[in-house]
Write a protein that binds this ligand. Structure first.
Ligand code: DX5
Ligand code: ZN
Length: 219
């Protein structure tokens, strides 16, 4: 099974965003992962609504929006208007996760929940049937280019079991430190979507690196 590949534009050249989005349009990327950071939930600020809307003007692929912001329920409609196809909110940033998921779905967006490395997957048991995608952080959120946390493999297996027991169709997305070394074992453990930022954008041939990730189970 080929994974869904979602390159993260956090690692793109922000001064050449149109060029980099056009490269992703030509490539085998399935989605475009957009990391929104508020300098509060995470110790970094990336970009916000106007930049997402600008990306959306050129993107021909669905925008997978990862909100690393406190109280994300304040901005759901605005992110939908800016072009989001899928909105992931952090488990740790939501007081009323179930309500927030319904609000995302009412906007006709796919509803995702992101979890930090310290958050146990069992906490998603009661909402798993309402979640379209779990964005499992395999680094501490806030920065690109960090090393993959090995414990993630076990978390993917545990989450996969929760999903099958609930007969849910939730996708498992892995975010942080993904490369062609860990992609195959992640897919074997149950991952469906791979986010890759620096591995794609710092490579000599990003388009080809995306092909390598897409076909990682075929080598
Ligand atoms: C980290 C972000 C990631 C990041 C991944 O907070 O959520 O999406 O862009 O970047 P790499 O692939 O470089 O770890
Ligand atoms: Zn992300």
């Amino acid at each position: 099974m080929k994974p869904i590949i979602a390159p993260s534009v956090l690692a793109a050249d922000f001064a050449n965003m149109q060029r980099d989005i056009e490269m992703l349009n030509r490539s085998e990327a399935d989605w475009i992962h957009c990391d929104i950071m508020d300098g509060n939930f995470v110790p970094n600020i990336s970009f916000g609504l106007p930049v997402l809307a600008a990306i959306n003007r050129y993107a021909q692929k669905p925008l997978d929006v990862h909100l690393m912001i406190e109280k994300p329920e304040r901005y759901l409609e605005a992110f939908k208007k800016a072009g989001a196809f899928l909105i992931s909110v952090h488990y740790e940033a939501c007081h009323h996760l179930h309500r927030t998921l319904q609000e995302i779905k009412n906007l006709n967006c796919k509803a995702g929940v992101a979890i930090n490395p310290h958050t146990n997957v069992s906490l998603l048991k009661d909402t798993i049937n309402d979640i379209d995608l779990v964005c499992m952080m395999s680094v501490n959120p806030g920065f690109g280019g960090q090393s993959f946390i090995e414990h993630t493999y076990q978390k993917v297996k545990d989450l996969k079991q929760i999903i099958s027991e609930a007969q849910a169709d939730t996708l498992i997305e892995i975010d942080g430190g993904v490369n062609t070394q860990n992609a195959a074992p992640l897919i074997e453990a149950g991952a469906d979507v791979l986010v890759a930022g620096s591995f794609v954008f710092t490579s000599n041939d990003p388009e080809n690196t995306i092909v390598d990730l897409k076909n990682v189970m075929e080598v």
